[in-house]
Design a protein around this ligand. Structure first.
Ligand SMILES: *Cc1c(COP(=O)(O)O)cnc(C)c1O
Length: 396
């Protein structure tokens, strides 16, 4: 058994209801593509108001299917953010398309909407500034701009209105990566429902978990049918079992995971309220500690679903030393994110330098994710901020 008092980076929030739901699946002969995935998808449609939900094996496979549905292929350009978890860029590379990185807003860490608009204008016109948006090693390549892939980081929505407007005026698709933002609201509307396709992820550190899993939501019936086929080895709905209409994948979500997700989804509001409470404990405890900036909830975020709790150190504080001393007190903490444009294989392929995205680099250097989950106790939160406060006082 795990030690209940141990402070972990994140933790799933599971009850007897989840255990019984998984057990019930094990008593049926259908462990994949049965009633539970259909019920889970229906529940996600009811929550989001979207007409189609497609359960898949991970958030990454959800994003990949959207890239395919948007018709993105070799050499096409997709505007996205370098300040994200790696998979939002990897899915573009899976199809040999090219990520066009745009820097982020210094407060939220989400893609800067004005820079997105500028990049769309320049790339659609193909003017001399267009070259400045392309990766350094591909400056004179003439791929076509096809889509925008904004990411709702840390449980806050990207500023979607100007992004969707710029996209739709120019015939571009919007794939919203809401893998960190289930339950988040932008101007009263749920994250994931704001573009053409939205993606959620259910890894154990997310707002709800299925172990591994993901979900796509869309109102586009044709795209939904295509993605349903692709997740199941490219079988179209009329195909017989070994007939395959498209090049597809095994991106199915199994029944145990779907049953778990169904119960978790029914507890979403309860768990979001617990996350809000933990974030408020942190905010109160950390507010008197000099040298750190607390997360800011943007005015357009009418609800944050608090994926992580990331503080930023003022310049001059040695983050690595803080992490080391926290770990000596058995408190885990992580840099969050390591920017995508400086990942070794991305730098090698596209020739980026650190300074190409200065806001992303700055946030990447100064951000630290503290232990965070809906099951953290007030006492655990106190241990974290008191220890962090002491460490910072001794370093000063
Ligand atoms: C978690 C996450 C994903 C998807 O993750 P999986 O592990 O594949 O489920 C995608 N994008 C972002 C921003 C994420 O945080």
């Amino acid at each position: 058994m795990s030690d209940k008092n141990k402070i972990t980076m994140s933790s799933p929030d599971l009850t007897d209801a989840e255990r019984q739901a998984v057990q019930a699946v094990l008593e049926t002969p259908n462990l994949s593509m049965g009633q539970y995935i259909r019920e889970f998808e229906k529940a996600v449609c009811e929550l989001t108001g979207c007409s189609h939900a497609i359960g898949v094996s991970s958030g990454t496979s959800a994003l990949h299917l959207c890239i395919r549905a948007a018709g993105i292929g070799p050499g096409d350009l997709v505007i996205t953010t370098p300040f994200s978890f790696i998979s939002s860029t990897n899915v573009i590379l899976f199809e040999n398309a090219i990520p066009v990185f745009v820097d982020v807003d210094p407060h939220s860490g989400n893609i800067d909407p004005e820079m997105v608009q500028q990049a769309v204008r320049d790339l659609m016109i193909g003017n001399s500034r267009a070259e400045t948006w392309r990766p350094p090693k591909l400056k004179y390549h003439t791929g076509q701009l096809k889509a925008i892939l904004p990411v709702d980081v840390f449980g806050q929505p990207a500023d979607m209105e100007p992004i969707v407007n710029a996209a739709h005026k120019n015939g571009l698709k919007v794939i919203e990566d809401s893998c960190e933002a289930l339950g988040t609201k932008y101007k009263g509307k749920l994250a994931g429902t704001l573009g053409d396709y939205g993606c959620f992820a259910f890894y154990p550190n997310k707002q709800i978990t299925t172990g591994e899993g993901g979900m796509i939501v869309t109102d586009d019936a044709k795209a939904a049918e295509f993605m349903q086929a692709l997740r199941n080895q490219g079988r179209a709905s009329g195909d017989t079992w070994l007939q395959h209409t498209h090049l597809g994948y095994n991106y199915r979500l199994d029944e145990m995971s779907a049953a778990l997700g169904l119960v978790q989804l029914s507890r979403l509001e309860e768990m979001l309220q617990k996350r809000e409470k933990v974030a408020a404990w942190y905010a109160q405890g950390l507010s008197s500690i000099p040298g750190i900036e607390l997360p800011v909830v943007e005015p357009h975020t009418t609800r944050s679903s608090w994926f992580v709790y990331v503080v930023r150190f003022e310049p001059g504080i040695n983050r690595q030393e803080v992490i080391k001393q926290l770990s000596e007190h058995n408190i885990p903490a992580r840099p969050y994110f390591v920017p995508i444009h400086i990942q070794p294989y991305i730098m090698e392929r596209f020739g980026y330098r650190e300074e190409d995205f200065p806001v992303t680099m700055d946030l990447g250097h100064r951000g630290l994710a503290l232990p965070f989950s809906s099951v953290m106790s007030k006492q655990q939160v106190e241990i974290v901020y008191q220890t962090l406060g002491e460490i910072l006082r001794n370093l000063a």
